[in-house]
Design a binder for this molecule. Structure first.
Ligand code: ASP
Length: 326
């Protein structure tokens, strides 16, 4: 039996970083260097590796993700069985979610990285890369959309979050737990998640703002928003999706001019829709036109809203799209 054929794309991140002249580590290694450092990969899959970028992941944008999605779609159309994307962990949860929205294919897409630099004792990059190749080559991973694999755990793009600045166990899916694990070099799945919406857009995406609500917020950032050229807003509300009562009217006014999605600043659980009835509560805000994000964290809601706007969706279509996450 021929081995599965995988496309491996490296974008940069700590996994590619070594000590540079300027002090501190920076991206230097390419996809081939990373693959060559893990001989066990050769027994799992046939690899075609490319270094698309050498960037720290805070410098990645939706335009980079669009390019990655394009490469992967082309690869799947020409017969590849899966894809692995290597990048920095800071933005993995956003990149993976955007890829999940932009790639409509049964073939597995796995995003991975590392918490320790390539030269650090106990570097986790090689193990994460091998585990990712195993998942991307696995028939059991087909139809699960984009996955994030680190620390031998397999997470769904829509739920995964970076929860710690330093630990190799940083990635978690607070609402669900991992979908599976890589054990004895085999991908084992314990759960599946339903597929989400898909988009066929090429960018550039319209600008969407993200504002976190804080105690005593007087709304001056929200007031300034309309002059700044944003097409939409994600409001990261308190608790189940709340803002101070004094600014509820202002929020409603913004929602009459641009789509405003209501997310939660907590670490898990959905935005409520029918419990609290005071000024600034979720019932009040939804009544003023805000769109509840469901279980989607604010950073992912921002990407989804940007793609909806790029696709030309109006308020009703945006609401229907977010309903998939409620
Ligand atoms: N700052 C780094 C980045 O996101 C961290 C990492 O790669 O894990 O590129």
């Amino acid at each position: 039996m021929p081995l599965p054929r995988l496309l491996v794309l490296s974008l940069g991140g700590t996994i590619t970083m070594t000590a540079g002249g300027a002090g501190g580590i920076a991206p230097t290694l390419g996809a081939d260097d990373l693959i060559d450092a893990v001989p066990a990969i050769a027994a799992v899959a046939e690899i075609d590796a490319h270094s698309l970028f050498r960037l720290p992941s805070p410098s990645l944008g939706l335009e980079h993700v669009n390019e990655v999605a394009r490469e992967i779609r082309l690869a799947f159309a020409s017969g590849y069985d899966g894809a692995v994307v290597i990048q920095g962990t800071d933005t993995i949860e956003e990149t993976a979610f955007a890829l999940d929205l932009l790639i409509d294919d049964e073939c597995p897409v796995v995003v991975t990285g590392a918490m320790r630099g390539a030269e650090a004792p106990g570097a986790d990059g090689p193990a994460n890369l091998l585990a990712s190749v195993i998942v991307a080559a696995s028939a059991a991973a087909r139809g699960l959309g984009t996955l994030v694999v680190l620390n031998d755990e397999i997470h769904a793009a829509r739920f995964v979050r970076k929860t710690h600045t330093a630990l190799a166990s940083t990635f978690a899916s607070p609402d669900l737990g991992p979908l599976g694990m890589v054990i004895e070099r085999r991908a084992r799945f314990l759960a599946r998640v339903p597929g989400g919406p898909k988009f066929q857009v090429e960018g550039p995406a319209p600008a969407v703002a993200l504002l976190k609500m804080t105690m005593g917020d007087d709304g001056r950032m929200i007031r300034a928003l309309r002059q700044l050229g944003y097409w939409g807003l994600v409001l990261e509300g308190m608790g189940a999706g709340h803002v101070p009562g004094e600014i509820a009217g202002l929020v409603g006014e913004v929602a009459s001019h641009m789509p405003v999605v209501l997310a939660s600043r907590t670490l898990g659980g959905p935005v409520f829709t029918r419990t609290y009835g005071y000024a600034g509560s979720e019932i009040d805000l939804i009544g003023r036109g805000l769109i509840p994000a469901g279980f989607l964290q604010a950073t992912k809601a921002r990407l989804l809203l940007a793609l909806c706007l790029e696709a030309g969706y109006g308020r009703e279509a945006i609401d229907r799209t977010f309903a998939a996450y409620r």
